[in-house]
Ligand binder design. Structure first.
Ligand code: MEV
Length: 317
């Protein structure tokens, strides 16, 4: 018979931990293939709170009402969220029983705004602490991200752990970049869920089948990313919309847009945006639009379409 567990010897969690969501400004998908991406953190995206359960042997339970998520980390772990969470906890030597983790989220799940990276970063910080080494937290998050997305580049985990605006190149340390002036973007959830792993696989298939066509497109997205970074550093927003349009059309040619995302980008431009593109994996999820001046007409156009756009401001840094 097992000896009763001493409560004080149970591995503990911190009371709470936070992580950012993300908006990829430019460079998604190309970043999987070695090109740079620029991503902005969405502060306050997720806060997790941990409380001990009365039964020390009960599996850890994770509940995030805003994401309709309520899973127990049981042995079978059919549920990808349960599997990802238990792998992150195991990686960090955290507890797999005796805790209830609840979350408050301000971003939607599975919409291309970094919900899975926010979850895995915040969970790692519940074990390691808010002051834990950032690279350690990112490494733990990646263990969960691989369960969700196969072989992610790491951009989502980096920005979820760091915030600010990052230039990310796979295999290199994320680099905070200069933003000369506040940048207002309208983020529009299409309300169509999608799978990042499927979208990444679609691009990979196109690159493998048609390397001489697809590789130059990835290179062109990389060039748009470099040009966007230069405009951000100079506060020269007026040309950014053109780069966003280029990026969207290149992503569409690589196979990761969808009729609804194309239509939303078109609506953004027709209602006064200087440019618009899908953000994140595509196939569904969100688009971002850059209002030429006042965001009100862009917001009104999406609201009239029954959607719930939000304004995000990327701050100078
Ligand atoms: C997903 O947020 C971004 C992608 O580039 C995938 C990745 O970088 O792992 C589509």
């Amino acid at each position: 018979m097992n000896a009763p567990m001493d409560l004080r010897s149970r591995p503990a969690l911190f009371a709470s931990a936070r992580a950012c969501g993300k908006v990829i400004l430019v460079g998604e998908h190309a970043v999987v293939h070695g090109q740079p991406a620029l991503a902005a953190g969405l502060a306050g995206a997720l806060e997790l709170t941990a409380t001990r359960t009365a039964d020390a042997n009960a599996p850890v339970r994770v509940t995030i009402p805003a994401w309709d998520l309520d899973v127990e980390l049981r042995g079978d772990l059919e549920h990808p969220v349960a599997r990802a969470c238990s792998e992150v906890l195991a990686h960090c030597d955290g507890p797999l029983t005796g805790w209830h983790v609840t979350g408050t989220a301000t971003i939607p799940a599975r919409a291309g705004l970094g919900s899975s990276a926010a979850l895995t970063v915040a969970l790692a910080r519940l074990v390691l602490g808010e002051q834990a080494d950032r690279d350690e937290v990112i490494a733990a998050s990646m263990v969960g991200e691989r369960v969700f997305h196969g072989e992610p580049s790491g951009v989502d985990s980096a920005v979820a752990a760091t915030g600010g605006v990052l230039r990310f190149v796979r295999g290199q340390a994320p680099e905070p970049i200069r933003v000369a002036a506040p940048l207002q973007l309208v983020v529009v959830p299409s309300e169509v869920p999608r799978s990042t792993a499927d979208q990444v696989a679609r691009v990979r298939r196109n690159v493998e089948r048609w390397p001489t066509i697809a590789r130059p497109m990835l290179d062109a997205i990389g060039a748009a990313t470099d040009a966007f970074q230069d405009l951000l550093a100079r506060g020269a927003h007026e040309r950014m919309g053109e780069l966003m349009d280029f990026a969207h059309h290149l992503l569409a040619a690589l196979g990761v847009s969808s009729p609804i995302l194309d239509e939303l980008c078109h609506l953004a431009r027709a209602s006064g945006a200087a440019g618009a593109k899908l953000t994140g994996a595509g196939g569904g999820g969100c688009i971002i639009a850059l209002p030429a001046s006042d965001p009100a007409p862009v917001l009104a156009a999406f609201r009239a379409r029954g959607l719930a756009p939000i304004v995000v401001e990327v701050q100078p840094c």
